[in-house]
Design a protein around this ligand. Structure first.
Ligand SMILES: C[S@@+](CC[C@H](N)C(=O)[O-])C[C@H]1O[C@@H](n2cnc3c(N)ncnc32)[C@H](O)[C@@H]1O
Length: 284
């Protein structure tokens, strides 16, 4: 059985976004997104309020249970660290399996949604950039750290992605593991000579990814027409190859242990569109 295969979450412009100061500013000049987004990054209040509904496919048991089982097994009675914990989509089911979970996220708005959920209070969260922030906990090293739903791509430079691996290695106990769930870059979908892959087209909405194969910068772009008025939003990412992630792990003193096509350990092949990879910190 194949699991749920979602694109990275790129918050779309909505009626209320487009009408807000935040949405309007972001839409008017997407190149200056970085200047108009606040401390919560791209996951501010407007996005956080609708995140679970917008990502409903990722909140189904089919999407969550295999991931939580996989991670609980790796935790093996130890502690788990979720980078980019968000609203607790995976952290809460993992905690319900008896695993002590701590999270890092830069968005207070997302973490407030986690806190409001049953069991959310019991999960420690450190606010900050998961590439560099140390978890504010003195309870010892983690058995497993994980970064799911393509969020490694939210770090938009190779340097930041490498820093993330180093940060994880510093949190892990010897023998501990780091798990990433991320798509395989879709460059095979690019027509020769072109750099755009559309993924939604309708009379009122166009959505497309733009790739810069020189820098591995990519963006998801949304153009929407509501009541005759157009809006545009662009969210930046950096695509990253499985082999490149292995090298980042090596730089951080870890090595690849497993790579699967999904959480239920389907074989990873040249046709796989995503992977779940596990790197291990050596015991000595
Ligand atoms: C697509 S959501 C994923 C949330 C959760 N892991 C899930 O699977 O539903 C991405 C999350 O990453 C967080 N995020 C993105 N870049 C970050 C960074 N550099 N440092 C900390 N958090 C970041 C956002 O605030 C958001 O909560």
């Amino acid at each position: 059985m194949r699991g749920v295969r979602a694109r990275q979450y790129a918050p779309p412009v909505t009626d209320s976004d487009a009408g807000s100061d935040e949405g309007r500013a972001a839409n008017e000049n997407a190149d200056t997104d970085a200047e108009v987004i606040g401390a919560d990054g791209h996951f501010g209040e407007l996005v956080a309020a609708k995140y679970d509904d917008d990502c409903s496919e990722m909140f189904t048991p089919a999407a969550i249970e295999p991931a939580a089982d996989f991670l609980a097994e790796l935790a093996g009675g130890g502690r788990a660290l979720e980078l980019a914990i968000g609203t607790g989509r995976i952290a809460l089911p993992l905690a319900r399996r008896g695993v002590e979970v701590h999270g890092i996220d830069m968005s207070r708005a997302m973490v407030a949604r986690l806190r409001a959920k049953k069991g959310g209070d019991a999960i420690g969260v450190t606010i900050g950039d998961f590439a560099t922030t140390r978890a504010a906990t003195t309870d010892g090293d983690f058995s497993v750290a994980y970064l799911v739903y393509n969020t490694i791509k939210n770090l938009t430079s190779q340097e930041a992605q490498v820093a993330c691996f180093r940060n994880v290695a510093a949190h892990l106990a010897p023998g501990g593991t780091f798990v990433i769930e991320v798509t395989v870059p879709r460059l095979r979908s690019l027509p020769p000579g072109q750099n755009v892959v559309p993924f939604h087209t309708s009379p009122t909405r166009w959505a497309f990814d733009v790739y810069d194969t020189a820098t591995q910068a990519t963006s998801s772009n949304y153009v929407e027409v509501v009541d005759g008025h157009g809006s545009y939003r662009s969210i930046p990412f950096r695509y990253v190859w499985p082999s490149e992630l292995d090298l980042m792990a090596q730089l951080a003193g870890m090595r690849l242990r497993e790579r699967w096509d999904g959480w239920t350990r389907e074989r990873f092949t040249s046709e796989s569109t995503k992977h779940v990879s596990v790197w291990e910190k050596p015991t000595s």
